[in-house]
Design a protein around this ligand. Structure first.
Ligand code: NDP
Length: 449
């Protein structure tokens, strides 16, 4: 419940304007609850309508994406780009291709992205886009035709100084390659800075593939060290998902001495008490886009269970939800707490429902929200943009070092902000406030409200 009448009015307006956008309401409410702690000290927020501007996207683009399948049948999907906030830099944020994509999901993601990009300390505004297209089961040629049609419209709205999209769920290196090729074809020329997550042969950055999963573990390690004098070493880890974030979180957690015992996909989860053999997972998921259940045919002693939610019944010291939004509810959170978990760090965007976060915080678990914890991906995209501007490439070690510095700084900035707000260690509040302050100052200084 919001104490500030001003914030209550802002929230009511958000809900009344778009009553069906539940994910967006949830993301806005969480941030308003944090702002509730400081809004009394800032009468100018209400006087100048700063929060109203902050929760409204600058621009929402929606378009038709027709494409032919391999049988010559025409399909029509819907494409979107939500340009949420450009106060501190060009819009920046991923593209998601998944049947669940709609305006509510993309507004929530664009809003979160604005705060996340601000936390990285790099000059990037916030955006998100995508389509309800489902690449699963589609041939390379079908995916290529879809990407080409998508970019035929999107190219008008992006550019290295305007808006720089990247990948997200369903958009990996293959899709970015097709999208970039079409951009170059339509615009004429090689403008590497227009997309990130590119292949290394045409302007991509080393570590971008690993960045979100690695960054998640760097932040978790720093949080464990500073708040509990602990580390990954010797800890049992459960990670949901088996996509880009989950795979490289598994890799880094293992390098840091953790034992990852479970992974999932949208059908079910695998449990391997000895520790997941990541080479097998990479072969299944990156090699031929297979299903996670294939793992048990290749690794004796492991088991597979249908239904992805059951993964949270497996006891662990560190939980890293890395699949999708809203996968852990209050009941699952209570199970995680009862199993003796020490820390939960969000790899996916908003995987924990508000009730789940409350359960973790009341039980005294360490909890790092996605906008801080998974910022490593976009931070490395920012480093890719820097390298493109310089026409130069850094080594793996150089990018990895910068990524680690950024993640450690994000933790400390969020922790510091939580102390300033009188709730030390509440990184939800800390990340929201630290991210918001930079963006709102940028908006005011440039008269963007
Ligand atoms: P991928 O598409 O590579 O993998 C997603 C994984 O989550 C897959 O294992 C997928 O299983 C599973 N999944 C997807 N939707 C659902 C669902 N509705 N229920 C259960 N499982 C599901 O995506 P990423 O790993 O790139 O992204 C994962 C999360 O991390 C997303 O929330 C994304 O926004 C966030 N993120 C990603 C970044 C990145 O750099 N990649 C950066 C910052 C955030 P299946 O194969 O069965 O669909």
């Amino acid at each position: 419940m919001l104490k500030s009448e001003y914030l209550q009015r802002v929230y009511t307006q958000v809900v009344t304007r778009d009553p069906d956008q539940r994910e967006f309401h949830q993301a806005v409410l969480e941030v308003l609850e944090s702002l509730d702690l400081i809004v009394d000290r800032h009468p100018e927020y209400e006087e100048r309508g700063i929060i109203e501007s902050f929760v409204e996207p600058e621009r929402m683009i929606c378009f038709r994406v027709p494409w032919d399948d391999d049988q010559g049948r025409v399909h029509v999907n819907r494409g979107y780009r939500i340009q949420f906030n450009s106060a501190i830099g060009p819009y920046k944020g991923g593209l998601r291709f998944h049947p669940t994509v709609n305006l509510s999901i993309l507004k929530f993601l664009g809003f979160e992205q604005t705060l996340k990009n601000s936390l990285t300390g790099l000059p990037m505004g916030g955006a998100k886009g995508g389509s309800d297209f489902d690449p699963k089961g589609r041939s390379d040629a079908e995916v290529m035709r879809f990407c080409q049609s998508f970019m035929t419209e999107l190219h008008r709205h992006i550019g290295q100084f305007v808006d720089v999209p990247a990948g997200d769920i369903g958009v990996g290196g293959r899709e970015i390659g097709y999208l970039f090729g079409q951009y170059s074809r339509v615009r004429g020329g090689h403008d590497a800075g227009v997309l990130t997550g590119k292949g290394l042969a045409f302007g991509g950055s080393l570590v971008r593939t690993e960045a979100t999963g690695y960054g998640l573990c760097y932040l978790t390690e720093e949080m464990l060290r500073c708040m509990r004098k602990e580390s990954f070493d010797g800890k049992t880890v459960v990670i949901s998902g088996s996509g880009n974030v989950a795979i490289f979180a598994t890799e880094k957690a293992t390098q840091l001495g953790g034992r990852v015992v479970a992974l999932s996909d949208s059908n079910g989860y695998i449990h391997d008490p000895k520790g997941i053999d990541l080479n097998v997972v990479k072969d299944i998921k990156l090699g031929h886009r297979g299903r996670i259940k294939e793992y048990v045919d290749r690794v004796p002693g492991s088991s597979y269970t249908e239904g992805f939610r059951g993964i949270w019944n497996i006891p662990c010291d560190i939980a890293l939800p890395c699949a999708t939004q809203n996968e852990i509810d209050g009941e699952m959170a209570r199970t995680i707490v009862q199993n003796g978990c020490l820390a939960v760090t969000e790899g996916a965007n908003m995987p924990c429902l508000p009730e789940a976060i409350r359960v973790f915080q009341e039980a005294g678990l360490l909890f790092a929200p996605s906008k801080a914890a998974n910022a490593g991906g976009v931070a490395t995209s920012g480093l890719e943009m820097s390298q493109n501007s310089m026409r130069y490439s850094w080594s793996f070690e150089e990018v990895d070092r910068r990524l680690k510095d950024i993640m450690v700084n994000i933790f400390h900035n969020a922790y510091h902000a939580s102390e300033e707000c009188g709730v030390p260690g509440d990184l939800v509040v800390g990340a929201n406030i630290a991210g918001f302050l930079k963006v709102s100052r940028g908006m005011v200084a440039q008269g963007l409200i």
